[in-house]
Ligand binder design. Structure first.
Ligand code: 147
Length: 657
């Protein structure tokens, strides 16, 4: 249909519930983890830390997220680091590790209705009897997962609303059924299963999840990743709720914000998906780690308190300030669809209130990381909305706009405009290209931003950490574990950090790494010196330890990391220097005057200035001239080859000598 208003011709779109409403809106979420994506957030000073949490979770404030999805730590690397498991071994259980418990509680404080969702990436080895298959014994895996849900309830009073299977790896029907019955037996009937959290080619097998009625009933929703807003027809038509349970992962500049605006609408318009979850919630990891700034906003400078409110936050607000979980979308052609000259709109209602979100993002200004985006055009256009059914009496709607310019002018996000007046049940809007519009009966305060955000500064040197100020099991500030679990231990009046994982985990990245590792500092560091005390316990201790400078390529590339590595071998006099974590490139082999003793603290010092690398082990010291292949800059790192306990204390980092 076409309406003529003065000289303008506008396409007309019905907004009506006369023929019923569309699917239930399940909410917009952010994902903390998969992995360690909130690592630096917990270290922020006040008031910045609370400001950031408000911007993520407080209702009608910033993103006002409706779902918080977290990783169930599995001790292994899961993208930007490893998150600690609640059960490193079946006998080593704690619900005070990591920062996801803290984050969920902070989210609930700000929005008691926020829904919590959880998923595993890696698993501790014992879950699969130390093999690589977590489904080897499905009741063991269900016990592991339900223990986490129980811990959430009993220790933290957190109710987990949704639980997944295994991130982006094969799913297992027997496990889904076992998990469902184990949840029911343990009093978690209301914890719903969303699965299988896989992507791409694997969609072809998804219909198998609907064929078996028992399996279908065990699932609340099918969760897919990076669907590119499309799903196959047989999935769209069978009535099971469909979620984009991980999406976005795009650099959070305005193209990233454009990606997010387009997929939030079009995941419903093209794919019938009713929930979209951003990987990640907040980019709160060292910028040199993988997927820099692929979060709704950025907080990677805890030492200065600096953070940025990136525009994906305000794009989210365009929906979340005006529609709650449990509302319904209006059907395709009755309130949701594509616009005539490009772009899309969705309507949401609770039967009384109405919200319409329109996006007109052009192709090049809304490209996401994956999958590739087929060409399409968007032009400036007028759109006439024609209201009927429950909406025929609406006289005006609040109007909020975001306009992206991409021409040097800065974006004005989420700006409140004069009310849009509806005459004769019709409203015509002139729509610019690269814009987001919300029309709603609901009022939001609009964009309210904290003022005086501190400027960014580099990681402060000199730096020292004695690990005394933490509670047992806490992860130390700034120390970004890359493999294994690095937790504070309090013993005999001492407080130190211990790598606590004893066995290879069931890895999420390709295969389990040969080394445990944690990094700290700045990947740009060149000339730096450190000292650290190290100890290997005689019981369950690691075989070989390292401390390193100028170390880089972590994340799933952990086992190919480079740097200047000093290796120590308990019980022997041998030590060596390598240019890589795999010790493929050994630069020097030396002997200590006496063997490196177990159960004793030793002091290691490393210093690099230009191309001279000096090391000290207790009173022994040498210097070597760096050769070809030696890294030029990177983090401070330490860890072990193989698994097993290693203890670390009194880290000091200085610039230069
Ligand atoms: C996802 C993971 O689930 C996240 O933990 C995080 O690593 C994220 C980063 O973009 O990616 O994994 C994917 C990795 C590759 C593809 C899809 C998802 N892929 O190539 O299509």
């Amino acid at each position: 249909t076409v309406c003529t208003i003065g000289v303008l011709t506008a396409d007309a779109y019905k907004i009506t519930d006369e023929f019923g409403v569309g699917r239930r809106f399940d909410g917009i979420g952010g994902l903390s983890g998969g992995g360690a994506t909130s690592k630096l957030l917990v270290s922020y000073p006040e008031p910045q830390r609370s400001q950031i949490l408000d911007l993520l979770f407080k209702q009608q404030h910033g993103a006002a997220l409706q779902i918080l999805k977290v990783e169930i730590g599995g001790d292994g690397q899961s993208t930007d680091g490893s998150e600690s498991s609640h059960m490193h071994e079946s006998w080593d259980e704690s619900y005070h590790r990591g920062y996801e418990w803290w984050l969920m509680k902070e989210a609930k404080k700000r929005n008691p209705d926020i829904l919590l969702s959880a998923l595993s990436w890696a698993f501790p080895g014992w879950v699969g009897d130390y093999g690589s298959d977590p489904y080897k014994n499905v009741s063991k895996l269900a016990y592991y997962t339900v223990s986490w849900i129980k811990g959430a309830k009993e220790v933290h009073n957190l109710t987990i609303d949704f639980i997944g299977i295994w991130n982006e790896r094969m799913w297992n029907n027997d496990y889904i059924l076992e998990l469902r019955s184990s949840l029911d037996r343990n009093g978690f009937r209301n914890t719903k299963i969303v699965a299988p959290d896989t992507f791409g080619m694997e969609y072809s097998g998804f219909e198998k999840l609907f064929e078996n009625a028992t399996l279908r009933n065990a699932l609340y929703a099918i969760g897919v990743h990076y669907p590119g807003t499309e799903l196959p027809r047989n999935m769209r038509s069978n009535g099971v709720p469909l979620w984009s349970s991980e999406d976005y992962s795009t650099f959070n500049d305005d193209v990233g914000a454009g990606c997010w605006a387009r997929i939030l609408n079009q995941n419903y318009v093209n794919g019938n998906m009713t929930s979209t979850i951003s990987w990640n919630l907040i980019a709160s990891y060292y910028s040199a780690l993988p997927y820099e700034r692929d979060g709704l906003m950025t907080a990677m400078h805890p030492w200065s308190g600096h953070y940025t409110i990136d525009n994906p936050i305000w794009v989210t607000a365009h929906t979340t300030h005006f529609a709650s979980v449990g509302w319904n979308y209006l059907k395709h052609g009755k309130g949701s669809g594509k616009l005539g000259a490009g772009g899309s709109f969705v309507s949401l209602t609770n039967g009384k209130d109405l919200t319409i979100v329109i996006e007109t993002l052009s192709h090049n200004h809304s490209i996401c990381i994956r999958p590739s985006l087929p060409a399409y055009n968007v032009a400036e256009q007028s759109a006439t909305f024609v209201f009927s059914g429950s909406f025929s009496a609406i006289k005006k709607l609040q109007l909020y706009t975001t306009r992206f310019f991409f021409d040097g002018r800065s974006t004005v996000p989420f700006e409140k405009q004069a009310d849009a007046i509806i005459t004769d049940s019709k409203l015509t809007l002139r729509l610019a290209v690269d814009a987001v519009y919300t029309l709603s009966t609901i009022v939001s305060p609009g964009r309210v931003e904290p003022k005086d955000i501190p400027a960014a500064s580099d990681f402060p040197l000199p730096y020292s950490e004695n690990f005394d100020s933490y509670a047992a099991d806490e992860e130390p500030h700034y120390l970004a574990q890359q493999n294994g679990a690095w937790e504070v231990v309090k013993s005999e009046g001492e407080s130190f950090v211990r790598q606590k994982v004893l066995n290879h985990e069931i890895a999420w990245c390709g295969q389990s790494f040969a080394s445990t590792a944690a990094v700290i500092g700045d990947a740009k560091w060149r000339d730096v010196s450190i000292s650290i005390r190290v100890r290997v316990p005689s019981s369950k201790g690691a075989n070989t330890l390292f401390a390193a400078l100028r170390s880089s390529s972590y994340g799933c590339g952990e086992d190919t990391s480079t740097g200047l590595f000093l290796w120590l071998n308990p019980n022997t006099t041998t030590y060596w220097i390598s240019y890589d974590i795999a010790s493929l490139h050994i630069a020097y082999i030396g002997l200590l005057p006496t063997p490196f003793q177990l159960d004793q603290w030793h002091t290691a010092s490393l210093s690099v200035v230009g191309s001279t690398f000096s090391i000290g082990i207790d009173s022994h010291s040498i210097s070597v001239a760096l050769g070809k292949g030696a890294a030029s800059h990177g983090f401070v790192a330490f860890g072990s080859q193989g698994y097993g306990y290693s203890d670390w204390d009194d880290l000091r980092v200085e610039s230069g000598v």
